[in-house]
Design a protein around this ligand. Structure first.
Ligand code: MV4
Length: 462
């Protein structure tokens, strides 16, 4: 097995990876920015190397400094976590060129799936249904003609985008005329790639993704699906495993299609195939994520498989120790993301000092976090403070457990998503499983204008 892994990340995911390494007897190297000198991942790792100033380009996105840290510490492998360099094909290649195993797919696979127009082609070749749409658009006229053929509304997307960035809904020809150059210039700025494409806009869909795992011997398994519909601007708030909307028949097709895609690209490691599922249970591939995801935890709870350990083993070159028949799901898991944002003021980040906090406990409750009382949240990074995850026999019991766990949890200092999460967990549509990707924006709309009152003393946020 690897002797030493460098974790090219921070926050809760750095700690998550360090925990897996410790249990596997692998030494860990943390890298950190000057803004993170009091972060917990430094304390948990065997070694820690400061790689620069707070802004990501000076530290967690700075490839030469991360490679230098791996050389100095004599690491065998680099785990990128999620975000930052996790889906950077160049970084994957540079790690390998310098003799460090990249714990993620090779640069070819990242490139292939990172280009969303290419990913659509691969899906089509794998007989995975895709949203009716186009290849790379050549001109506004090209867009107008294709949009007319598939019918409005359509969604204009950046080929280099994904994860909700660089996309816009177009309702008619005049919006198409305006949208083309806007999205094209956004795509150029954000992804250094002007290529854009168009898809039919799937209304009232659900965002459901399948977890897959592959080894270097061509073995692939799936670990069911996750329900990710409760999100805004592609920031998910709540995820579940399994999805209340997915019956056995739908699960069978979704997972087998995800496996076809994984096999087509010879996928190694942990990956996710994202689908939109409409009211009639038609489903469409939208993109593939070639990393461990924030919400991997709900799958872990239900399948009792440590995805980070498996990911590390697969990239080391071990053969998978189980087959599909040995993988059994049990019960239901829900994750709530705890972000330092004001949910009642457009989710504006709130990077303040944590004055005090209490995390929930008890049977079936898991906290993956990195904050502690007295910790000053740096302003440079994603506002995710941690994740509260519950597991129980049924969805109903998991909801009750989450309500209880949210009640026990408080974070004083910054504004957080906690009060909104409590409201959603007691919402009838959420409880009945009757929701789609519009749930959160509708929920927030209904909430607006109403006076928000707090019953609890520690609810200092509103
Ligand atoms: C879509 C879509 C509807 N139609 N594509 C957003 C995140 C990214 N992974 C894919 N996303 C979507 N792509 C087509 N053709 C709906 C979403 C979507 C979404 C859109 C608006 C508001 C919330 C959303 C939540 C999940 C997915």
């Amino acid at each position: 097995m690897f002797k030493k892994i460098l974790i090219a990340n921070r926050g809760e995911i750095a700690i998550r990876v360090i925990r897996a390494c410790k249990e596997m007897g692998i030494k860990t190297v943390a890298v950190y920015s000057k803004a993170d000198q009091f972060s917990l991942h430094i304390k948990f790792a065997d070694e820690a190397i400061c790689i620069g100033a707070g802004p990501p380009l000076d530290s967690y996105l700075n490839i030469p400094r991360i490679i230098a840290a791996a050389e100095i510490s004599n690491a065998d492998a680099i785990h990128p976590g999620y975000g930052f360099l996790a889906e950077n094909a160049q970084f994957s290649a540079i790690c390998e060129e310098n003799g460090f195993c990249f714990i993620g797919p090779d640069s070819k696979t990242i490139d292939l799936m990172g280009d969303k127009v290419n990913a659509r082609k691969v899906a089509e070749e794998s007989e995975v249904p895709i949203v009716p749409g186009s290849n790379v658009l050549k001109s506004v006229d090209d867009l107008l003609e294709i949009a007319n053929n598939i019918g409005y509304p359509v969604m204009l997307k950046a080929a280099g985008g994904g994860g909700g960035k660089g996309m816009r809904v177009l309702n008619n020809a005049s919006e198409s005329e305006k949208g083309f150059s806007i999205i094209q210039s956004e795509a150029t700025k954000a992804f250094n790639n002007p290529e854009i494409y168009v898809e039919k806009f799937i209304k009232n869909g659900r965002h459901i993704e399948v977890q897959i795992l592959g080894d270097k011997f061509g073995n692939h398994v799936h670990l069911g699906e996750r329900e990710c519909s409760v999100q805004r601007n592609n920031q998910k708030l709540i995820e579940e495993c399994p999805s209340a909307f997915v019956d056995e028949d739908l699960r069978e097709v979704l997972t087998s299609k995800a496996l076809s895609l994984a096999k087509k690209v010879n996928y190694v490691g942990a990956g996710t195939v994202e689908f939109l599922v409409d009211e009639d249970k038609n489903f469409y591939f939208i993109e593939m994520n070639t990393r461990i995801q924030v919400e991997h935890t709900v799958t872990e709870m239900v399948y009792m498989i440590d995805l980070v350990k498996e990911q590390i083993k697969m990239h080391f070159g071990k053969e998978m120790s189980f087959n599909q028949d040995m993988i059994k799901s049990k019960g239901h898991s829900i994750e709530c993301r705890l972000n330092a944002e004001d949910p009642f003021n457009n989710f504006i980040p709130s990077p303040k000092k944590i004055d005090s906090l209490n995390f929930a406990g008890g049977i079936g409750v898991r906290i993956d976090s990195y904050i502690y009382a007295g910790y000053q949240i740096p302003p440079f990074y994603d506002s995710l403070l941690g994740k509260l995850i519950v597991h129980s026999n049924t969805r109903e019991k998991a909801i009750i457990k989450m309500q209880r766990a949210l009640e026990e949890t408080f974070i004083e200092g910054p504004n957080t998503t906690l009060p909104l999460l409590e409201m959603i967990l007691s919402n009838n549509d959420f409880i009945s499983g009757n929701f789609d990707i519009n749930f959160l924006s509708n929920f927030l709309k209904k909430m607006k204008g109403e006076k928000i009152e707090s019953s609890k003393e520690f609810d200092v946020y509103i």
